[in-house]
Design a protein around this ligand. Structure first.
Ligand SMILES: C[S@@+](CC[C@H](N)C(=O)[O-])C[C@H]1O[C@@H](n2cnc3c(N)ncnc32)[C@H](O)[C@@H]1O
Length: 146
């Protein structure tokens, strides 16, 4: 059994998938969890003071995703984008044996590094991209894994 942190998750979906496989899985988000389960409500930086075997993180993409690129100059000027990049950089830099970070295509690729994987929902057999995109809370640009 591994101690698993699902960072920036309030839905509990990924947490519960790991729990179903027998792991000690916790979600962490500023928001309360949507369904009962092991959840740390608060800043993930506090949860990261504990020891974890594996972390999967879904950091906010609001200031990072290419679909919002028309607002980047404003966000670069006022520091919002750099703050979002710093948050992802902090997550990727944790001393945890296994780390995966998910985010749509966007600023991380140039500010930190290119993703290890780019995934489209249809690659997993889903016929209707838009329904799947809504379900997965991503847009039709695809999303990336680091
Ligand atoms: C793109 S959403 C991911 C939602 C996730 N896929 C789910 O199923 O719940 C990003 C989440 O990061 C959370 N968040 C932002 N900053 C955070 C922080 N410092 N610590 C913990 N969670 C944070 C937000 O509250 C938001 O729920």
């Amino acid at each position: 059994m591994r101690k698993v942190l699902i960072a920036c998750e309030f839905s509990g979906r990924v947490r519960d998938a790991f729990k179903a496989k027998g792991h000690d899985a916790w979600s962490c988000d500023l928001l309360p969890t949507e369904r009962p389960g092991k959840h740390i409500q608060g800043d993930v930086r506090t949860a990261l003071m504990q020891q974890w075997d594996l972390m999967i993180a879904f950091p906010p993409c609001t200031h990072l995703c290419s679909s919002g690129a028309r607002w980047w100059p404003e966000k670069q000027k006022d520091g919002r984008q750099q703050k979002a990049v710093d948050f992802v950089y902090m997550l990727l830099g944790q001393q945890i044996p296994f780390i995966a970070v998910e985010n749509p295509i966007g600023k991380i690729s140039t500010a930190i590094r290119k993703p290890d994987q780019i995934i489209q929902p249809w690659q997993f057999g889903h016929g209707d991209v838009f329904v799947v995109a809504e379900f997965a809370q991503v847009d039709s640009y695809g999303y990336c894994g680091w």
